[in-house]
Design a binder for this molecule. Structure first.
Ligand SMILES: [Zn+2]
Length: 254
């Protein structure tokens, strides 16, 4: 299946392993955590016959050996300038963020009462289409899902994020002309389909691997804090209690 090149570098004070297009993109403030996560990715892909070649612009220390044993080769490029990566398409944790507007929906019941099936299904269709898409590295999923499958996931979760518990049924904000607008200020209120075991480390569209998550938690594993108040986190009374129960069954993947 070939060899993928990743660079290892410091970017904005964080350690990053990334392919140039960021399809594989491991970020952490701690070198050890970044290296551990990337080692898991290397092992998962070695099983699929994909190998990694690491151009290391920062010292890997003992991890160089660990990664080699996991199946990745590397070359040290200390003191050289790494080639640019594709632009980040998301707002990073810690970046300045606008104040959150009031929630669009006051509860799950309010969401159900004020939206129609015809309004709810397009997002389910979009999520299923994205989940079924072939990716450069992880390839095509084994299991295809439908919009109806996605709706079952949302309904079972009553729209709440499996990680932080926020009611996550809003859509991404858009500008007047329809273009995507910044969303970090309401990141915990935007719903998204979560793969509990990430596709990139071998997770698939099996029902047991699907969950509903807010876009902020889905995008940033380090931000998965229960009942977090930042990024628009919104917890109607009934939601926190129930989602705590749900969280008891989660096997973390961060
Ligand atoms: Zn969340």
């Amino acid at each position: 299946m070939g060899v993928r090149t990743v660079t290892f570098r410091l970017e904005g004070g964080r350690y990053v392993f990334a392919t140039s297009d960021r399809e594989v993109w491991i970020v952490s403030q701690h070198k050890q955590e970044a290296a551990e996560l990337f080692t898991r990715v290397v092992r998962a892909f070695a099983e699929k016959g994909v190998r990694f070649y690491i151009e290391a612009y920062e010292d890997l220390g003992p991890w160089r050996r660990t990664l080699r044993e996991a199946g990745a080769t590397s070359r040290l490029r200390l003191g050289k300038t790494p080639p640019p990566l594709d632009r980040v398409r998301w707002q990073m944790p810690g970046a300045p963020v606008a104040d959150a507007p009031p929630p669009v929906f006051q509860s799950w019941e309010d969401y159900m009462a004020r939206t129609t099936l015809q309004q709810r299904m397009p997002r389910c269709y979009a999520a299923s289409k994205k989940a079924n898409r072939k990716r450069l590295i992880s390839g095509a999923p084994f299991t295809r899902i439908t919009a109806a499958d996605v709706w079952l996931v949302i309904e079972a979760a009553r729209g709440r994020c499996i990680h932080c518990g926020s009611l996550a049924v809003e859509s991404r904000p858009s500008k007047a002309n329809g273009a995507p607008a910044p969303w970090a200020q309401v990141g915990r209120r935007i719903g998204s389909l979560e793969h509990l075991k990430a596709r990139v480390i071998g997770g698939d569209n099996f029902k047991e691997n699907l969950a509903w998550a807010c876009l902020w938690c889905n995008t940033w594993p380090n931000e998965r804090r229960r009942a977090a108040e930042d990024h628009g986190g919104f917890y109607p009374d009934d939601a926190v209690q129930d989602s705590l129960t749900i969280a008891g069954h989660v096997v973390g993947d961060a």
